[in-house]
Design a protein around this ligand. Structure first.
Ligand SMILES: [Zn+2]
Length: 254
């Protein structure tokens, strides 16, 4: 079995056919999915989906793209004791999207780091052109925080730093793209025990479905590509990355 550790099934892209999408995922051996919140409404939707589907779990957070929209970090506390809320995020820094509100992005991320420490929850961290800044915000808490640098987009040196912090590297669809040499080198060099697989659905659809809406079932193509790069059996890649996800998000065996 495979766990898709990052999917936005709470987006309206799935309003019409979620049960069909989940049925297809199960056929592809993807039997659990983390539904990722990005602001209050999507956080609530993630929880609602996790309550109504055994195979779904929720994360709640404020994504750096939403920090200006009157999002209150305190409100996350209302959700963190929920049995199916497994992490804080997605949170982090995105300086590709915007550089004019860096301070606000850092403030909101810092508050979520503090919540993770208080509630002992893992962090689902988004970085884009901002790994170094995010790394230095997590570093003072090394050993006390855990989490994943989701959709990893930096280089091998940064991946090693993330691993040294005790964090996982999230690998998704772009690993299947032809010219992604940096990501392939990361997968080659980083031990599988530090890697999580994810889709970031509905975005980042892997080959052979690139261009279409992404779905959790496509995590299978990420697993197969990692197996090819590492010259391993795909079942072994699925087994180890599933074990990693269970440990990080504290998900019990079935
Ligand atoms: Zn995401």
């Amino acid at each position: 079995m495979i766990i898709d550790t990052h999917a936005h099934l709470n987006m309206e892209d799935y309003d019409g056919d979620l049960s069909h999408v989940l049925g297809k995922a199960i056929k592809q051996d993807v039997t659990k999915v983390m539904v990722i919140g990005m602001e209050d409404i999507s956080n609530q939707r993630a929880i609602k989906l996790a309550e109504t589907h055994d195979m779904l779990f929720a994360t709640v957070g404020i994504h750096p793209g939403y920090v200006d929209e009157d999002q209150d970090v305190e409100r996350l506390k209302n959700y963190l004791d929920h049995p199916k809320v497994v992490a804080i995020g997605e949170c982090g820094l995105d300086f590709y999207w915007r550089e004019d509100n860096k301070k606000l992005q850092k403030d909101i991320f810092q508050k979520q780091i503090e919540l993770a420490l208080i509630y002992q929850k893992p962090l689902v961290i988004h970085t884009r052109n901002s790994f170094t800044e995010a790394y230095h915000m997590v570093l003072p808490h090394k050993g006390k925080l855990k989490g994943v640098f989701h959709c990893f987009s930096s280089d091998v040196e940064d991946a090693k730093k993330a691993v040294d912090l005790g964090f996982y590297i999230g690998i998704d669809g772009p690993i299947t793209f032809k010219n992604n040499h940096t990501l392939k080198t990361i997968v080659e060099k980083i031990d599988l025990k530090h890697i999580l697989v994810e889709t970031d659905s509905p975005f980042l659809t892997p080959i052979p479905y690139r261009g279409k809406r992404n779905e959790p079932g496509n995590t299978k193509y990420v697993v197969e590509k990692i197996a090819e790069i590492k010259r391993m059996d795909p079942h072994e890649v699925a087994r180890i990355t599933t074990e990693n996800a269970r440990m990080l998000f504290n998900i019990k065996e079935d």
